[in-house]
Ligand binder design. Structure first.
Ligand code: NAI
Ligand code: MG
Length: 352
């Protein structure tokens, strides 16, 4: 069987890391006898500046038939962030019911954590972030713009389908891993949506009695990410909290450039989308020094999702071996002086 994968490199370092990672991914698939074809889409901010839209009107119909989608990142200095994000990534995640954003955080051997006394896999947890609603729902409005009585309303939205999907995915993962789940909310202050969330956790827990559930408020959880990250295993959180906590997770495990992400439709009705956690990184774009590893690890998660475990393993092993070997090429974000391409070439050579 041959897989069809849509690739949207996007903006800034998004396109740099995607381009450099493709030969690595091809080498891994070849080595495992898996064949796949990619179709490139030039959707993103350049297109917006030219045509007024990040992607075409019928973009979702176009993507619908692929086995999976790979996205670099979006974000451009000349386009407001809410336009780039809403016009492409949120359009796809919401349209394709990709309720589940799974983001592993792992401190690889050979990578230095800013936390003292952590090394070699001491930090190893997975965040399940609700990906289609919550605080990122497009619900609200502005009135009396520019007047003294100006008002802005931004409402969070929690549906049973969206909440239950993410909570179930997290329980299933916890049952497979160490049997521990941490649900992170702010139910003391958000007494409607997040208490509803808590109720769903209680309900789904009945189906997974073997899983121990810990409940934390997001402020305390942020402190515990720094104070006792080794105690987390599977975490479930709302869209906004999961977004923030996974940047923190990337920080404590060495670099934003190492962090992978997924946008999964748990029903399999629509294709799922894979992407590094990071954005287009205005501060380093065009310099050729972005770390491609978060992207390569996102491809690992794509192949894992398609159940091509050998390809997934080949990518992960190459990354783990490269990072463990401190003389191997590495990008400046993790203390090296190599470029994106050198790191990718070295990964490819390890696989071949
Ligand atoms: P960012 O993730 O692009 O960058 C944050 C910091 O991490 C920067 O200092 C950057 O240099 C560093 N960094 C990120 N990826 C790296 C890599 N692969 N290698 C080395 N260093 C790396 O977040 P920022 O700066 O807040 O946002 C820039 C733009 O990206 C904005 O337009 C934002 O809206 C967009 N964005 C898009 C996302 C997406 O497409 N999924 C996700 C996050 C931000
Ligand atoms: Mg983020």
């Amino acid at each position: 069987m041959s897989y069809e994968i849509a690739v949207i490199p996007g903006d800034g370092i998004g396109s740099e890391v995607v381009e450099c990672s493709m030969p690595v991914v091809e080498a891994a698939a070849n080595a495992c006898g898996v064949s796949f074809e990619t179709t490139l889409y030039d959707w993103g901010s350049e297109r917006y500046l030219e045509k007024g839209m990040m992607m075409p009107d019928d973009g979702l119909d176009e993507l619908r038939e692929y086995d999976a989608i790979f996205l670099g990142a979006v974000g451009h200095p000349d386009v407001p962030d809410h336009v780039t994000l809403r016009g492409l990534r949120l359009e796809i995640t919401k349209g394709f019911k990709q309720h589940v954003c799974k983001r592993p955080t792992y401190l690889f051997e050979g990578v230095t954590s800013p936390l003292r006394n952590y090394a070699d896999g001491d930090i190893d947890f997975v965040v399940y972030r609700q990906n289609t609603e919550g605080e990122y729902a497009d619900v609200g409005g502005r009135e009396y713009q520019g007047f003294e009585n100006e008002v802005a309303i931004q409402s969070a939205l929690y549906t049973r389908e969206g909440t239950e999907s993410i909570v179930r995915a997290a329980f299933a993962a916890a049952a497979e891993r160490e049997g521990r789940l941490t649900s992170i909310t702010k139910s003391n202050a958000q007494a409607h949506g997040m208490v509803f969330w808590d109720d769903i956790v209680t309900e789904v827990h009945r189906d997974y009695p073997e899983v121990d559930v810990e409940r934390l408020l997001v402020d305390a959880a942020s402190m515990d990410f720094v104070r006792r990250p080794e105690e987390f295993d599977v975490i479930v959180a709302s869209n906004l909290f999961g977004d923030i906590l996974t940047d923190l997770g990337a920080g404590i495990s060495g670099s934003m450039g190492l962090a992978p992400s997924t946008n999964i439709d748990p029903t399999g009705e629509y294709p799922s989308m894979f992407e590094p956690v990071h954005g287009s990184a205005f501060d380093i774009m065009g310099e050729g020094i972005a770390n491609p590893i978060g992207t390569v690890l996102s491809w690992e998660l794509l192949w894992d999702h398609l159940d091509e475990q050998a390809v997934a393993r080949a990518l992960r092993t190459a990354v783990a071996n490269q990072l463990a070997e401190t003389s191997a090429p590495r990008t400046p974000d993790i203390g090296g002086d190599s470029g994106t391409e050198q790191v990718a070439n070295d990964l490819r050579a390890r696989i071949e």
